[in-house]
Ligand binder design. Structure first.
Ligand code: 5AD
Ligand code: SF4
Length: 444
């Protein structure tokens, strides 16, 4: 590391949207300290690796990235390892990689400026406290925001699925307070956002007292955000089936700004495996939740997460997963090979599944998901829908945005701008995106 105080920073995010949100907040903090973003991490004075520990050799990837940060002249930037690998590996990181100056867990990154100053004094710093949600109150105000922004409302998890490290790295479920969230949402909208995705490891477990002291669930928070005039769209992720309350399901039916899209992981279609995973819901109870959401919002699109090759998963169990996937017909879904996480109960279970079997199952599952996603996209052709324009496309005058169902839509619209909501007719579709032609501009 260099001893001058850093002037430029670079943040590399791995993993989930919560890390993207944390990375944005770190950037705002560094900017408020007078630093600026480096054009390339190769010449940044400070590099933050904001890591993820959820699957596969995450720690190994981080160590090789650290190695690559060493410069030709033998020096390296100030290096901070943040996020869930930091929380899980702790001081071990700086023992294995002496060039790491700072190890900071996901609940302590508001201390980064002090830690960087300590590094300037020749110290090495490890801060892995899980002190609740202190950090949010200590971060600078929100500034420029993209049309679609994230807002972390809840962190941590008490569910202890037997394969998952989250309850250990992010700690217990904890909700941010009502007033602070409403204020941050308003600030995000004032800074340019038109859509907010509420984030949490178990976002639908959010609860808190409103300004009148009444206990509210996530649906109450969504209804309050619905009243922010310039906020046009609301989404939330990731949810647990057991926290899909009556009120939240009802909100899907009557809050127009709540987009018709629900990411609700089920992980497996086999009751035997769901039990071994400690999911505390069955295939049938999961399917009944989807039915109830469909009943109030017939055009709802579903997304999910799946794990193949959980210890003991038989061919028949896997077939149950495939049949669930066919039955749901997802608009999109994520699927992963089971990866034993040190310290989790499943890592010690007998009957771990060989890699070749997992590979083959994953391929079959993904083929089904792609087929369903393509079919879903094809069904939107000819429909007229609103698109929130989020970024420029490859061609002159082309903008790319999102449909209400989270599909990417390419629109040729030289007279429109990022942040506009445009009504388009969908003219073409593929597995990953759609094309749309503007019919009229929706009221801003
Ligand atoms: N192995 C594979 N996938 C996992 N996930 C969580 N832990 C593991 C693991 N040990 C997946 C789950 C979860 C998503 C975020 O990552 O599907 O919903
Ligand atoms: Fe992990 Fe299960 Fe909690 Fe999701 S619900 S974060 S998979 S323990």
């Amino acid at each position: 590391m260099s001893t001058d105080s850093p002037k430029t920073y670079s943040i590399k995010n791995y993993g989930c949207q919560m890390n993207v949100y944390d990375g944005e907040r770190m950037a705002e903090m560094f900017e408020s300290q007078g630093m600026s973003a480096a054009d390339d991490k190769a010449n940044a004075d400070l590099v933050v690796l904001n890591t993820c520990h959820i699957r596969e050799k995450a720690a190994e990837k981080v160590y090789s990235e650290i190695g690559r940060l060493r410069r030709k002249d033998g020096t390296s930037p100030v290096i901070a390892v943040a996020g869930c690998v930091a929380q899980a590996e702790g001081g071990e990181i700086s023992r294995r990689a002496p060039e790491v100056d700072i190890v900071v867990g996901p609940q302590a990154y508001h201390n980064l400026p002090d830690m960087v100053a300590a590094v300037g004094r020749g110290e090495r710093v490890v801060d892995l406290d899980l002190p609740g949600l202190d950090k949010f109150g200590k971060l600078p105000a929100r500034r420029k925001q993209p049309p679609s922004a994230f807002l972390t409302v809840q962190e941590g998890c008490d569910k202890f699925c037997t394969y998952c490290v989250v309850p250990y790295t992010r700690g217990a479920e904890i909700s941010r307070g009502w007033a602070e969230l409403i204020d941050e949402a308003k600030a995000i909208v004032n800074a340019g956002a038109r859509e907010i995705t509420l984030l949490g490891q178990n976002v639908n477990a959010w609860d808190g007292e409103d300004d009148k002291g009444k206990l509210q669930g996530l649906d109450g928070l969504i209804r309050a955000l619905d009243k922010i005039p310039d906020l046009r769209r609301i989404r939330y992720m990731t949810s647990h089936p057991n926290d899909m309350t009556e009120g939240l399901i009802a909100a899907h039916g009557d809050v127009e700004k709540l987009m018709p899209f629900l990411h609700l992981p089920v992980q497996s279609g086999s009751d035997r495996i769901l039990k071994a995973m400690n999911r505390s819901h069955s295939r049938d109870s999961y399917m009944r939740i989807l039915d109830r959401v469909r009943a109030v919002r017939p055009d709802i699109a579903f997304s999910g997460d799946f794990i193949v090759g959980f210890p003991g998963e038989s061919d028949a169990d896997f077939e149950d997963t495939l049949s669930l996937v066919r039955e749901v017909g997802h608009a999109q879904a994520y699927s992963f090979k089971y990866s034993p996480r040190p310290g989790t109960p499943a890592a010690d279970m007998s009957d771990q599944i060989p890699m070749e079997v997992m590979d083959e199952r994953l391929q079959r599952l993904q083929a089904q998901i792609v087929a369903d996603q393509t079919a879903f996209n094809n069904r939107t052709v000819g429909r007229t829908t609103d698109v929130l324009l989020e970024r420029p496309g490859k061609f002159a005058g082309q903008l790319i945005g999102k449909s209400p169902w989270l599909q990417s839509v390419h629109v040729l619209a030289p007279d429109l701008s990022i942040g506009d909501i445009v009504t388009v007719q969908i003219t073409d579709s593929g597995p990953l995106s759609l094309k749309g032609e503007p019919t009229m501009r929706a009221a801003a």
